[in-house]
Design a protein around this ligand. Structure first.
Ligand code: HEC
Ligand code: HEC
Length: 208
């Protein structure tokens, strides 16, 4: 379906001039927006933090729809453990996930940072999948890291390393990465411009 410009114009800054963006075939963005209303109590609050352990709630706006769908399925199925997210995700059906993900994908938070800093050497291995800047991922199953909250990235890396978060691909990478590198890696990706990984933005020719 087509994104409605009026919907896109709501608080989206750089996207406000969009006219004919298309989402994946069977998604209903307007329905996704309604379903995602309750999520904004956490994800829509700037600097909202998870309590134990303390880390920022991840940024969802502009993320690949495919990855968001996978993440919601993992919370529902228990491959990713988080009580609140499990409660939300376990009541969703496939269509709910598709619609919510399409809405979130087309609704980037107003983050349009310039790309800054040079990549720490430890990010070289990440580039093959997430892109050198963490934005241009090679597949839409792979999350955009650019613009993500740094302390959330650190937490995710710790959870892959400890096995709390189960994913065979990231599990295979972690033994080669020293935990001491996590803050520098996370800091770098969090400062890159995540919007350039979003195909809707790329189609508008807004990225270098
Ligand atoms: C009480 C606060 C809270 C609410 C409400 C909430 N979330 Fe979350 N969400 C979190 C936290 C905290 C995490 C990170 C959990 C973790 O470490 O895996 C998260 C993670 C996620 C992720 C994974 C993101 C990534 O980058 O992997 C998705 C997707 C998500 N939430 C979607 C939703 C949706 C959709 C809703 C509404 C239906 C929702 N959340 C409601 C707190 C919340
Ligand atoms: C071979 C491909 C591949 C490589 C190399 C790779 N990743 Fe990943 N990464 C993935 C996949 C696939 C996922 C999604 C896993 C899941 O669903 O939990 C992921 C997820 C992540 C996440 C979770 C993001 C979120 O929103 O929750 C972080 C953080 C991450 N990777 C960081 C890194 C870093 C840092 C490196 C380099 C040290 C790296 N990755 C190397 C494929 C890769």
């Amino acid at each position: 379906m087509k994104f409605r410009p009026t919907l896109l114009a709501l608080g989206l800054g750089v996207l406000a001039t969009a006219t004919s963006l298309t989402a994946s075939a069977d998604s209903d963005v307007a329905r996704g927006k309604v379903l995602a209303y309750t999520c904004m109590g956490c994800h829509g609050v700037p600097n909202y933090r998870n309590a134990y352990p303390a880390y920022s709630v991840p940024r969802l706006g502009g993320q690949h729809a495919k990855y968001l769908e996978i993440a919601l399925k993992q919370y529902a199925g228990g491959e990713r453990g988080h009580a609140t997210m499990h409660a939300h995700a376990s009541s969703m059906n496939d269509q709910d996930r598709v619609d919510i993900a399409a809405y979130l994908h087309g609704a980037p938070l107003p983050v349009s940072k310039e790309t800054v800093g040079s990549p720490p050497p430890a990010t070289q291995v990440c580039a093959g999948c997430h892109g050198a800047d963490g934005a241009k991922t090679i597949m839409e199953d792979y999350p955009i890291l650019a613009g993500q909250k740094a302390d959330y990235i650190v937490q995710a890396l710790k959870d892959y390393k400890s096995g709390k978060r189960k994913n065979p691909v990231m599990a295979g990478i972690m033994p080669g990465v020293d935990e001491k590198e996590f803050p520098a890696i996370a800091q770098f990706f969090s400062q890159q411009n995540g919007l350039c990984g979003n195909d809707l933005i790329a189609k508008q020719g807004k990225c270098r």
